[in-house]
Design a protein around this ligand. Sequence first.
Ligand SMILES: [Zn+2]
Length: 228
Amino acid sequence: MRWKGRQRSQNVEDRRGGGRRMQKVGGGIGIGTILLIIGTIIFGGDPSALLSGLLTQGGQIGQASEQPYVPSAQEQELAELVSVVLNDTEVVWKDIFRQQLNREYRPATLVLYSGSDRSACGFAKAATGPFYCPADQKIYIDLSFYDELRRKFRVGGDFAMAYVVAHEVSHHVQNLLGITRQMDAQRGRVSKEQYNDLSVRLELQADFLSGVWANHAHKRFNILEKEI
Ligand SMILES: [Zn+2]
């Protein structure tokens, strides 16, 4: 796939190395601290001493988490790839919206996170895989998913990852077109089986839209190349 050195999207929010925001909100008390407190109680210690100690060095905890995130070379390359692909989706969908629907395409934001993060749709975890949240119109991706693609699903290559981004953008397109809302309106009104059936259709349509994107993107940017 040809993507190196090509234009990147402006709509990427890099939250890698994060938890930063969350740590500030939560006062810097994480699961490790909780385990430490439980451990102290079990071994007959006084957790209040530990707690007051933690609270006074709160600033230090904050500083430690402010350290810049240093991604691996592979991860940095992936970050560039998804940014270029996001830009390609913006160009293609902008054209299609204008020419075929006579309306403006509003791009989604792509959030890069590592480990875990917060979305308007709940907690984002690497294990959940990439997803689109209609409530904040953001796509959440932990780039370690690329390794999972190769290991678990045995698909590799840049285009596999590009397709993942395109698929999530397609869910954004469904949202802009009101399809997601129609689907939500059926929740509780139809049986569980029927709702599952609709969910599958929504996924298949997202795949179809991703195909539409790939076709247009290739025509415009000649992105696909033969495997050597
Ligand atoms: Zn999907």
